[in-house]
Design a binder for this molecule. Structure first.
Ligand code: GRF
Length: 190
């Protein structure tokens, strides 16, 4: 079997997807190795989760840099340092800019809690509930310069539970953890 893909996980929040990916790497369910975790939110819970598993973490504050390019160039140096081959976004709440898009063309993946192109951007589950849809879901896609607009790689539908955001989110997160792993495995085994 070919060698493991070296991945950087980007996250800004709780990091349940990071945790699922890390566990899958450790169990051999995902043919990859997390070489670095990148966050723009040093106080986010994902940092705690990353520390618990001794992952290397980079937590730059975007506002400490003169420009988005300078911020991403600093990240790129860290990614090069550890030989990251794929950027796996897991609740990273920023648009990826030209520096990383150019360096990692077609190698940046995102997961989004809706059936894109419906409900892009923030609070996709809340948007779905507000629209009264009965079915929403999860999308894994390549990242381009737009907001959740890149090539769709995989989707799974999820029924809205009792018109309730919290209950639906619980199902969505469970689906995300499986769908992300399965989709990444297909990409990494090529
Ligand atoms: C997930 O719903 C993901 O689809 C979206 O952000 C959320 C991150 O959740 N992009 P977590 O931090 O992995 O728990």
């Amino acid at each position: 079997m070919n060698r493991k893909a070296k991945i950087a996980v980007f996250a800004s929040g709780s990091g349940s997807n990071f945790e699922a990916i890390e566990e899958a790497c450790r169990n051999g369910d995902l043919h990859a190795e997390i070489v670095i975790v990148v966050t723009d939110q040093p106080a986010a819970f994902v940092v705690e989760r990353a520390r618990q598993v001794d992952a290397r973490i980079v937590a730059f504050q975007p506002k400490a840099f003169q420009s988005k390019n300078a911020y991403e160039e600093a990240i790129l140096r860290e990614l090069n340092d550890v030989g990251a081959e794929w950027l796996v976004l897991a609740g990273y709440m920023r648009l990826i800019g030209p520096v990383l898009l150019t360096a990692y063309q077609s190698h940046i993946i995102n997961i989004h809690p809706s059936l894109l192109p419906a409900f892009p951007g923030k609070d996709a589950i809340g948007q779905a509930i507000a629209h009264g849809v009965k079915v929403t879901g999860v999308t894994v896609h390549l990242v381009d310069a737009g907001m959740d607009t890149g090539l769709i790689l995989a989707q799974q539908a999820v029924d809205v539970v009792d018109g309730d955001a919290e209950k639906t989110a619980e199902v969505i997160h469970a689906v995300e953890h499986e769908l992300y792993k399965d989709t990444l495995n297909v990409l990494f085994r090529r």
